[in-house]
Design a protein around this ligand. Structure first.
Ligand code: FRU
Length: 715
């Protein structure tokens, strides 16, 4: 191995580490970036060691070609995934001469982030993909970060050849030596198969370390190219204009607005008709690296007008932050005494009684009420123990509490009914306590016990708790509000295809089906990450304003096998029908219409085994729809993976429609014709293949079920 290459590898990891460090300094989701920083530094050391193994390999020689069987455990059967190695964002989405191109952030050398280059695949229908060799490799110390591609129909760039328009890629170059990010271009004269980087690169350089992910489109009214690109750490999107794709002029900026707790990345901008009207609107999509609705990375959008220079958001698409809400209630424990009173402590972690704020060598603790709180950092993180409440009556439907400290399962508060844990909560790797809440309606009238547990001895090995209260409504912490593209945790960096013919007229896209919180740890090999299914984007008028909706592209129907249909019945009848027709499996499409006039929780379990299931439900008490993956299978590979995601539901005529796609390691749910989406990775055991309906009130009516087994698009 050449010394030069070894140094390069170290640099690459340090580069990503540096990105995290920058975010830490600039006040991004700091715990995530701290973890990221440590991970990258660790990775750096191990990569240098591992580098010796790739002796003799050159970047240009590595292709993203497939010869694999696509039959490994968790291998997506109809989602795009590379045969091997690491993938993140979709890039360079463009349609040209009958082919949908999908370029993507790719590490040709490993199954974690690094050596970012553009992998490449083409498809006639966005469903069946053919892998092609690496399109744009990392080169000369510059990684190829995310970006877009266009067909330069009138050869404005002059890169065309033999009267044919060139394909031009516009991407961020990430210089691993000085960490600068700048915009570059490259062109292809053979339908994206081979590329030439422009000699005049970079085409925009602000000497910025956070300037990335250009999305370019032709704007006919002003007859120029528009680039939408993010100043990530400033939470801004910049619009640039150009006539030749080579020189660019800053037109305007948008932001900060909406969700800003994470870096802004991978923006997109497009115009769409509003369903059923003659109106048109622009959607500006902005992804955030952390602090999204389901935790970690996710996508938000704004609706407004774009005149070729400025994007002006509609007022009702820029939501105000939700303030903290704490209902009055019956306080079970305020931990204001010298001792724990009738709560019983074991071990050393909890000390003799509630703490007066932080301990001497602890970072500042905030957010608790009164003078004291439970703080298991008594000596330091190393101590462990439990703190158990006396039995109490569950007299109200919600149990609210302040919680902080470690995010891991080993630092938690449990609710026990008859000795069995029925609810559990942890902190967020933050010393500051925030309101948490459990719906305990189903336990009302019974006796329960709370147990605060500290079984962790390492970093963040402590838990902070205060003000445990029974109330009639859930408490929630203040939160940033935004219009979310997806309420699941695994839909990031979605960008739309350019140059889809006007005769088709659809706005089409897909997203990276993972999350920066745990994407590099998911238990798949030899590949890591898949894309979501392709979706058609639309705009719909709702009572709250114009909202973005997504539906599966019609091409997905090609994968459907036999059609099964159930009409009108109760839960028992619907379940008997599912059983009779053997509706099971991990390649399934289901459409369930529920009559939601009922109360309680109704829903669907998929990938169900003896002890596992991914639960998709409608909670009528709160008018929420949710996906619960806490029991979905392997949830322990990362502390942030397990969880329940939910979204407020606007019921239409009392009905709820759940359109569900189940694959080997994912569940995608389109609620009410694409108004709410959930994209969730799950890692069930191989025999968890069941489908079952459930309801807290058995009289719930199931209007209809449609089910199809889905064919593999790879085999
Ligand atoms: C988003 C992102 C982009 C960047 C790319 C690097 O997931 O961080 O902002 O261009 O990944 O791989």
């Amino acid at each position: 191995m050449k010394a030069e290459t070894t140094i390069k590898l170290a640099d690459h990891c340090l580069g990503r580490a540096f990105l995290h460090l920058q975010c830490l300094v600039r006040g991004g989701k700091w715990s995530w970036h701290l973890a990221g920083l440590c991970r990258e530094l660790f990775k750096c050391a191990s990569m240098i060691l591992g580098a010796a193994l790739v002796l003799g390999t050159t970047l240009g020689g590595v292709a993203a070609n497939s010869s694999g069987t696509y039959s490994e455990p968790f291998r997506p059967q109809y989602h795009f995934a590379p045969e091997k190695n690491w993938m993140n964002d979709p890039n360079g989405m463009v349609f040209y001469e009958g082919e949908y191109h999908l370029f993507y952030q790719y590490n040709p050398f490993g199954d974690k982030w690094g050596h970012m280059s553009w992998g490449h695949a083409v498809s006639p229908d966005m469903v069946h993909w053919k892998h092609l060799p690496l399109a744009l490799p990392e080169e000369d110390g510059v990684m190829i970060f995310s970006g877009s591609a266009v067909v330069d129909l009138h050869n404005s760039s002059g890169f065309g050849k033999d009267g044919k328009p060139p394909m031009v890629a516009i991407y961020t170059g990430y210089n691993i030596t000085n960490n600068l990010q700048y915009q570059c271009i490259a062109y292809s004269n053979d339908k994206g198969r081979t590329w030439t980087k422009y000699a005049g690169n970079p085409v925009i350089n602000l000497n910025s370390k956070d300037f990335r992910d250009p999305k370019v489109q032709w704007h006919e009214p002003t007859k120029r190219w528009i680039m939408t690109v993010s100043l990530s750490a400033e939470h801004k999107v910049c619009f640039y204009g150009s006539t030749k794709l080579k020189e660019w002029t800053l037109l305007s900026q948008f932001g900060p607005a909406g969700a800003t707790s994470g870096v802004w990345e991978c923006p997109d901008l497009f115009e769409l008709p509003v369903e059923g009207t003659n109106e048109k609107r622009w959607a500006l999509v902005v992804n955030i690296g952390s602090g999204s609705v389901a935790g970690g990375s996710g996508g938000q959008y704004f609706i407004g007008q774009f005149d070729g220079t400025n994007f002006i958001a509609d007022k009702d698409s820029v939501l105000k932050p939700t303030p903290e809400f704490v209902p009055e209630g019956k306080v079970l424990a305020d931990f204001e005494g010298e001792t724990y009173g009738d709560w019983k402590a074991t071990g050393e972690a909890f000390g003799p009684g509630p703490a007066r704020g932080k301990f001497s060598n602890q970072n500042p603790v905030g957010g608790y009420q009164g003078e004291r709180l439970v703080n298991s950092y008594f000596k330091d993180d190393r101590t462990t123990g439990t703190l158990t409440s006396p039995e109490f009556d569950v007299t109200q439907p919600f149990l609210n509490f302040l919680i902080g400290g470690g995010a891991q399962k080993a630092t938690r508060m449990d609710l026990l009914m008859d000795g069995k844990v029925v609810r559990t909560a942890s902190g967020a790797d933050n010393e500051r306590l925030a309101w948490g809440s459990w719906n305990v309606r189903e336990f009302q009238g019974r006796k329960a016990v709370l147990q605060i547990v500290d079984e962790a001895a390492g970093g963040w090995g402590h838990i902070n708790v205060d003000q445990i209260t029974l109330a009639d409504a859930p408490a929630h912490p203040a939160s940033e509000s935004a219009l979310w593209l997806d309420y699941g945790p695994d839909y990031y960096a979605a960008v739309s295809w350019s140059d889809v013919p006007g005769s088709d007229g659809r706005r089409l896209w897909l997203g990276w089906m993972s999350n920066w919180q745990y994407g590099q740890e998911v238990p798949t090999a030899p590949w890591r990450s898949a894309m979501s299914i392709p979706r058609e984007v639309g705009l719909r008028k709702t009572a709250e304003g114009i909202r973005l909706v997504q539906k599966p592209v019609r091409e997905m129907e090609k994968l459907r096998g036999q059609h099964f249909q159930f009409k009108c019945g109760d839960i028992a009848e619907a379940n008997a029908w599912l059983k009779k027709n053997t509706i099971v499996g991990n390649q399934l499409e289901l459409i369930v219409e529920l009559d939601a006039a009922a109360t309680g929780t109704t829903g669907l379990k998929v990938l169900k085994g003896a002890k596992e299931a991914t639960v998709i439900g409608v909670d009528r008490e709160r008018d929420h729809v949710f996906v619960d993956r806490t029991q979905s299978g392997d949830v322990n590979f990362h502390p942030k993976f397990s969880g329940v995601q939910d979204a407020p539901l606007a019921a239409r005529d009392g009905k709820v429609k759940l359109h569900v796609f189940v694959d080997a390691c994912s569940v995608e749910v389109f609620v009410n014709d694409g108004e709410i989406l959930f994209t969730d990775l799950v890692f069930p055991s191989g025999d968890s293949r069941g489908v079952e309906l459930f309801a807290s009130a058995p009289s719930v009516n199931i209007d209809s079920i449609e089910a199809w087994p889905l064919k593999s698009s790879w085999r």
